[in-house]
Design a protein around this ligand. Structure first.
Ligand code: ITT
Length: 199
């Protein structure tokens, strides 16, 4: 079976991506299987630049097809922050959530709009590369709720569902999420590029 390296060290992302790709006839591994691979510095100013940098670098280093995800949270009342700095906003998930809620403490519900964005890049060792993306619109809740998912999921509220993302099952999150949308497009790219049959 062809190998696909999912180029992430974020366990929450790795879990969602490997689960959604599990119906493809691919041997899926992550960066855990490449303990000596160096970090790629995320110096880009967009999710696309960072996803391209991660996919290209790890495709070259591993000699395999690679799928890389760069994602984050854009909060309108914070002019799009934390954006590409979402993982560097504070040292831990609880720290990131506490910092966000503190910055948002005086913002009324009508101005708490936000979105998750995900850009996925698929790269081959011989330099082929394509990107695709997905978004999820919602509101920053006043308090965290739920224990599923990862990252900012406990404070991201979906008005249509009346739920925080961390209250959704993995299947419910994948069906509506930024990463789910991008991954459905990435699967079409992989099927075409690797000549995999349609399910
Ligand atoms: P890799 O670069 O190794 O993939 P990372 O966590 O550094 O891991 P990013 O630079 O793409 O990845 O940062 C994404 C951050 O955005 C992530 O750490 C979360 O804080 C947040 N994030 C992205 N998708 C999310 C989701 O589905 N739910 C909650 N938070 C999410």
């Amino acid at each position: 079976m062809r190998k696909l390296v999912v180029a992430t060290r974020n366990l929450g992302k790795a879990r969602e991506i490997t689960e959604m790709l599990s119906d493809l006839p691919l041997d899926i591994v992550t960066l855990k299987d490449y303990p000596d691979a160096p970090e790629v510095e995320e110096t880009g100013s967009t999710f696309e630049e960072n996803a391209l940098a991660k996919a290209k670098t790890y495709a070259r280093l591993t000699g395999e097809w690679v799928l890389a995800d760069d994602s984050g949270l854009e909060v309108d009342a914070l002019n799009g922050a934390p954006g590409v700095y979402s993982s560097r906003f504070a040292a831990s998930d609880p720290g990131r959530i506490a910092k966000l809620l503190d910055l948002m403490k005086d913002v009324p519900e009508s101005r708490r709009t936000a979105r998750f964005r995900c850009v996925i890049a698929v790269a081959s060792p011989d330099g082929q590369i394509e990107t695709c993306e997905g978004t999820l619109e919602g509101l920053i809740a006043p308090e965290p709720k739920g224990s599923n998912g990862f990252g900012y999921d406990p404070v991201f509220y979906i008005p249509d569902l009346g739920k925080h993302v961390a209250e959704l099952t993995p299947e419910q999150k994948n069906a509506i999420s930024h990463r789910g949308e991008a991954l459905r497009k990435a699967k079409a790219i992989l099927r075409r590029k690797l000549g995999l049959s349609e399910e």
